[in-house]
Every structure is written in C-alpha cells, then in structure tokens.
Design a binder for this molecule. Structure first.
Ligand code: SF4
Length: 331
C-alpha cells in the first residue's frame, strides 16, 4: 500500500524550501477521512516502473502522474503509461483539489516538444496523453506549445495516437483552441472537474460554461476529433447535479466521460466530503451511457488518463458501431 497523502509539503517545511502551495500554506488543516477498503493501489517499485522513470528523467520531463501524486502511478508506469505534463511544473492557478505546485512559472523550454516526442518514441506508446500546467502568464495560454508538441510527436512516432488534456485558455488569444485543434490531436480532453455549484470553492479561477463551450467548440472546429471530459466525485456534489452535468456535456456533443473519486492530496486541500461507493460509480456509468456518451469510465480510481490507450480503442469502435447503426436506420 502507498499513502495517498502527499508528504512533499511537510518535507519543504522541514528543509526550509518554499512551500509547494504557498497560497494554501496558512489555511487551517482540513480533516482527512479514513479511506475505505475499495481504495487500494499498487505501490510503485517494479522494474517497469523504474524503466519509465529512467526515460522520463533522461528527457528532463515532468509528468502529471508524479506532480499530482496520482494513486495509479505504480500500475501505469509498470506498463510504461506516463502522462506528459508540459510547460513546466508550476501552475498559475490554485485549485483547491490539485496537488501540482503553484507559483510563478519559468520561461517555456523551446526543445520540450522534441524531448516529449523522443520519450514517447522510446517508450513505444500506442497512445499518449499530453497535459500541462495552467499558464495564465502566456498570451496564448500555451496553445502554440501544445500544437508544437503534437506535431513533434507525429513526426517522431507517427503510429502513436495523441490525446491532449488542456487548460481552459480563459481570456487567452488569439484563437488558442483553433491553434491546438489545427495540429489534429486524436482526442481533445478538458476536464470540468466538478459540478457548477462547487466551482467557487474548488475551481475558483475557472468558469463552468466557458469550459463547456470549449469542448463544444473543439468538436465544431473538427467534427472528427473525439472529445472527452472528466469529473471528480466526493466533493459535496449532489447526484442530480452530476446527472445535469452529463446532460450539459451531451449538449456539447462530448463523446467520453470519466468519473473518479476525489482524494485529498494534503491537509491544506479541500476535504473529501464522502467516499462514493463502487455501486454508485456503476450507476453513474449506466446513466451516462443512457444519455448517449460513446464511452464512460467510472470507478473510484478512474482518472482522466487512466487506461487512456485501451479506452481510446474502445471509443473508436463505439463511434464506428454508432455510425453504422445510424446509416442502417436512415436507409
Ligand atoms: S492515471 Fe494518468 S496520471 Fe495517474 S499514473 Fe496513470 S497515466 Fe499517470
């Protein structure tokens, strides 16, 4: 078993380093709920895990797996599935749920797209997920860097399918989403994270309807791109709010929904309201499929990029089946 409470903040305090989340440092501690039996993860340490770590470090890369303290890292890295996090390790937002370091980021690394592409080719990935920190300091929010990374991966690993999990590009220009979509990712993913009623406390720098519109616009710009979004549950949302969010995403023509349990990274982050039972995740999945999503992943340890390659294959199959079904029924 590995602990799901990150020790890095306490480490920083002991060694006199700057805290990883300075904006949260003076908040009172929130209580940590005891984890239920169904939250069990594989501890990192296998040979496959070490091999992935070697390639990530050798190319000077950051991964969200490590930076966000993802509980699935032991399982994913054993299979060489690492989610690249571009544009540095420091985020300009300060969401109440997120464990990525916050502060003022450095300049973009111009050779990062090539480094990511080399790592993807070395790992031999069929499918890669590329995400980033929020870069509200950049005029385009990092859209051109995303596009450059997609193009570099296409060149170095032409058979690899590419999924981007982007920030919201709120108030950024010119036309950041158009820049990303023009680079032709296979999947455009942007997480709503939670229901709109919780945005002020959980995701205060974002706007629910802006994020929804971003997803809708991605599909309008390229009807062939698969769109995907995810939420965490256990933050205090009501069931009806989750069902409404599903309807909102379907109205935006989103194909794939992920739902996972929120886990509190440190005592300074938002508290877990409750642990949602596996049967409730199954129920959400059934409702989501009934509402027309092509693909739904819903379980306590589901994360945006968890098993993303396997799920992408299922997503393509589901679209093909739907297209064939629609064609037969219009004859
Ligand atoms: S679920 Fe995603 S973020 Fe977590 S370890 Fe796996 S690939 Fe990394």
């Amino acid at each position: 078993m590995v602990t799901l409470i990150d020790k890095r903040d306490g480490e920083a305090e002991r060694t006199g380093e700057a805290p990883r989340h300075p904006e949260k440092a003076h908040r009172p501690d929130t209580p940590v709920l005891r984890k239920p039996a169904w939250i069990r993860v594989k501890a990192p340490g296998s040979a496959g895990y070490a091999g992935t770590a070697f390639i990530v470090r050798g190319n000077g890369l950051h991964t969200v797996c490590e930076e966000a303290g993802c509980p699935n890292i032991g399982e994913c890295w054993e299979k060489k599935h690492a989610t690249m996090m571009i544009m540095g390790d420091t985020c300009t937002r300060a969401c109440a749920f997120c464990n990525v370091k916050t502060g003022i980021p450095g300049a973009l690394d111009a050779v990062e797209p090539e480094n990511v592409a080399r790592a993807v080719a070395t790992l031999g990935l069929n499918h890669v997920v590329v995400t980033s920190v929020d870069r509200d300091d950049l005029d385009d929010g990092g859209a051109a860097h995303f596009a450059a990374t997609i193009l570099a991966i296409r060149s170095a690993a032409p058979a690899t399918t590419i999924e981007v999990l982007t920030p919201d590009f709120l108030k950024k220009g010119p036309r950041p989403l158009e820049t990303v979509i023009a680079a032709r990712p296979d999947v455009f993913n942007h997480n709503l994270e939670t229901v709109p009623g919780l945005y002020l406390g959980i995701r205060p720098g974002a706007r629910y309807f802006h994020s929804l519109r971003l997803l809708q616009r991605a599909k309008e710009l390229d009807p062939t791109v698969f769109t995907k979004s995810g939420i965490m549950v256990g933050l205090g949302e009501k069931r009806n709010e989750v069902l409404q969010l599903m309807d909102d995403l379907r109205s935006a023509d989103v194909d794939f929904l992920t739902i996972g349990q929120y886990l509190q990274p440190t005592r300074k982050h938002a508290a877990v309201d409750r642990f949602v039972e596996p049967a409730e995740f199954d129920s959400y999945k059934a409702h989501a499929y009934a509402k027309g999503f092509l693909m739904v992943a819903s379980s306590p340890l589901t994360r945006s990029s968890y098993l993303a390659g396997d799920d992408f294959a299922k997503l393509k199959t589901a679209r093909l089946a739907k297209t064939t079904h629609d064609a037969v029924n219009t004859v």
